[in-house]
Design a protein around this ligand. Structure first.
Ligand SMILES: [Zn+2]
Length: 335
């Protein structure tokens, strides 16, 4: 299902005016607001808004055949109130237009002036190519009451037009695709490695403390040590545990990062995971390169743990997002 939207007037033709508004501005606003919401139920394009299509089609032809439906937006004037929609006299079924009117008038409280038939130039040209077309007069630009409603209920009005099109064509909203990090999060949580909801803020940077706690959990759990001392920092025992397992080497550096409540850089994330998975591949040990993090990255790539290096090498000093960290956890666990 592919819809083309056209904003009425423009290219020097302001259309009607009233209450401080010009029709050409409002029609452009409406198609712009409609597009992202219609995109949830079908494919949608806005025809060039720099063009006055009424004038353009007087002299030119245009191929509308790639579309399944065409909606031209206008605002009415001349002393009335309410909404109406026009189709050409050759349109057989006006169920979609009736649905748009019903939804729009219910949401805005506009008078329903109904579905009418007039062979306006643009919708006629479109229909002559076999594509169903309609011209919507949202409300009266010269009615103070209509425009007050329009400005105060704009979102509801846009939603209602979309709902009408959805109802008329029987289109369903696509369920928003789940964030890949949400899937990673659930897998890690199901296995009991995380309980804190900090991990659900996928796009946020991960503090060292949470990162180390998760690493400790997935690498066999706490490694007992007499050196564990929560009075240094509540996460100090985690550092000692990771030291005992050989995943971190310089506990003092990590303790100071914890005390400063630092986020974990990408380079340090890579180093931790590289250590946890058998250490650096010999080819990269002491290799002279642009950043020491690249040696860890290439080592992890060689091991097949990282398959999208560009997620990591844009800036090794930048903090790691929770999403990226969890992606590595899943890769290491093979889940
Ligand atoms: Zn108009």
């Amino acid at each position: 299902m592919r819809i083309l939207l056209i904003a009425g007037h423009g290219e020097g033709d302001p259309g009607a005016g009233g209450n401080g508004y010009l029709e050409a501005d409002l029609t452009r606003e409406v198609v712009k607001l409609l597009q992202p919401k219609l995109a949830e139920i079908c494919s949608v394009e806005i025809a060039d808004t720099n063009r006055n299509w009424f004038e353009y089609l007087y002299k030119h032809s245009y191929n509308f055949k790639d579309y399944d439906y065409f909606l031209e937006v206008h605002f009415n004037s001349g002393g009335g109130t309410g909404s109406e929609i026009f189709v050409t006299t050759s349109e057989r079924d006006t169920g979609v237009e009736a649905a748009i009117m019903r939804q729009l008038c219910a949401a805005a409280g506009y008078r329903n002036r109904g579905v009418k038939r007039t062979n306006f130039r643009v919708i006629s040209r479109v229909k002559s190519q076999g594509v169903s077309s309609a011209l919507l007069e949202v409300c009266f630009i010269d009615s103070a009451a209509d425009m007050h409603t329009y400005t105060h209920k704009k979102n509801e009005i846009i939603d209602a037009i979309v709902n009408g099109i959805a109802e008329g064509f029987g289109l369903k909203r696509n369920a928003p695709a789940r964030h890949w990090a949400a899937i990673a999060h659930d897998k890690i949580k199901e296995r009991g490695y995380i309980s804190a909801d900090v991990w659900e803020a996928y796009d946020y940077d991960i503090p060292v403390q949470h990162a180390l706690a998760l690493l400790d959990n997935i690498s066999g759990g706490r490694w007992a040590s007499e050196e564990a001392d929560e009075s240094i920092h509540e996460a100090q025992p985690i550092v000692i545990s990771l030291c005992g397992k050989g995943i971190i080497n310089e506990p003092e550096q990590w303790i100071s990062a914890l005390k400063a409540n630092e986020n974990l850089s990408k380079a340090h994330t890579l180093a931790l995971f590289d250590n946890m998975t058998g250490g650096m591949r010999p080819a990269y040990v002491n290799r002279d390169t642009d950043h020491w993090g690249r040696n860890c990255l290439d080592s992890l790539c060689d091991k097949g743990i990282i398959k999208t290096p560009h997620a990591w090498d844009d800036d090794f000093n930048a903090a790691t997002t929770r999403a990226l960290f969890m992606a590595l956890v899943c890769a290491v666990l093979g889940i």
